[in-house]
Design a protein around this ligand. Structure first.
Ligand code: KG4
Ligand code: ZN
Length: 337
């Protein structure tokens, strides 16, 4: 079964054709990094306008690469939630138009579930696992028991993890996207230069939650307070110390989730999952089986939508023509235990 996947929830415009939820036949990801760079973050208005310009060429390029016509595709899957409304609307409307014109079944999919499906495009992974989804828009620690069976254990109570990287980088004029620049600078710095605090959210229902606003303020406005004198106050040292604090905060909650649930298998995804310090720290845990999708499947992409959509379409799921977008999805609040 050939499924066309369309993703436009944030700043990546992507279309893919995937066979049987596994084999990527063709995949195009057009990223808007250059368009948002001057603003040090994604500007929703610009994002939706770029999707409107790009979606048709991205689709055409993918079909050319696949040597397929829409008539040869068995179904269409598209991201409809959560994400930026204006951006989501472009992909959803495009998918509806294609499906209606070609007489193909179409299904609207959940972006978070598609991210958690991404590594299954390259390897078989058994359930259950603990999902760690960290990007500019998502910060999620969850237990995953099936393709659409997830229980949210923890999330952020303020900024997303990648957003914190972007804001710190913006404050110090390091560059954009912040996570990539901080990762690079941090490799030349010493994480012992600053001791940034971990927010005390470890009790009760916040056992697996993170908070980045305090860390962001500490790094941006209270640097001297956490500075270990004797170390240089360089951008490299700031990057390394911030990165350690941001990632360790996440990993403490993640390891707690692994221990509490007894599920020693972790699947990471989202742009921050590309972080080298995060990868190194997770790899050190020989007692935990860890899976990272390749970088192009970590960030937003159409292949994960097509792969996940295949399972929905093959069990007969169809979305109505009245299907709409949703900026937020309530099920990704706490549902665990
Ligand atoms: O998944 P993604 O491409 O887009 C969404 O936000 O959905 O993630 C982008 C985020 C940005 O905040 C970026 O700064 C961060 O992921 N990021 C990283 C790294 N590469 C990208 N953060 C830390 N280390 C990296 N190597
Ligand atoms: Zn995403």
């Amino acid at each position: 079964m050939l499924v066309l996947g369309i993703e436009s929830s944030c700043d990546e415009c992507s279309v893919a054709v995937v066979e049987d939820g596994r084999r990527i036949i063709a995949h195009t990801i057009a990223t808007q990094i250059e368009q948002h760079k001057p603003f040090h973050g994604v500007v929703p208005e610009i994002a939706s306008r770029m999707h409107t310009e790009w979606i048709l060429p991205v689709y055409r390029r993918t079909m050319t690469e696949a040597s397929l016509t829409i008539g040869q595709v068995d179904g269409i899957a598209v991201t409809s939630r959560p994400g930026l409304s204006g951006s989501l609307l472009v992909g959803l409307s495009f998918a509806k138009g294609l499906a209606a014109a070609a007489g193909k079944p179409f299904v609207a999919t959940d972006h978070i579930l598609a991210h958690l499906y991404a590594p299954r495009l390259v390897e078989d992974i058994s359930y259950p696992f603990i999902g760690l989804l960290v990007s500019g828009g998502h910060t999620l620690i969850c237990r995953v028991d099936g393709i659409d069976a997830i229980s949210v254990m923890g999330t952020t109570i303020d900024d997303a993890c990648g957003e914190a990287f972007d804001k710190v980088a913006k404050h110090f004029g390091m560059g954009y996207p912040g996570g990539v620049v901080i990762d690079r600078l941090a490799r030349k710095g010493d994480p012992a230069a600053f001791d940034f605090p971990d927010p005390s959210l470890h009790k009760g229902e916040h056992r697996y939650d993170v908070s980045y606003s305090g860390l962001k303020t500490a790094v941006a406005n209270q640097l001297d307070q956490f500075w270990n004198r004797g170390y240089e106050k360089s951008l490299e040292n700031i990057a390394a110390s911030f990165e350690r604090a941001a990632v360790d905060m996440l990993l403490r909650r993640l390891f707690r989730a692994v221990e509490d649930s007894g599920v020693a298998r972790v699947v990471a995804g989202g742009g921050v999952a590309a972080n080298s310090y995060l990868r190194k720290r997770l790899a050190e845990r020989n007692d935990i089986e860890t899976h990272f999708p390749p970088p192009e499947l970590c960030t937003d992409n159409g292949a994960m939508v097509a792969g996940f959509g295949y399972h929905l379409l093959s069990r007969g799921e169809r979305s109505p023509w009245s299907e709409n977008v949703h900026a937020r999805v309530s099920r990704f609040r706490h549902t665990y235990p």
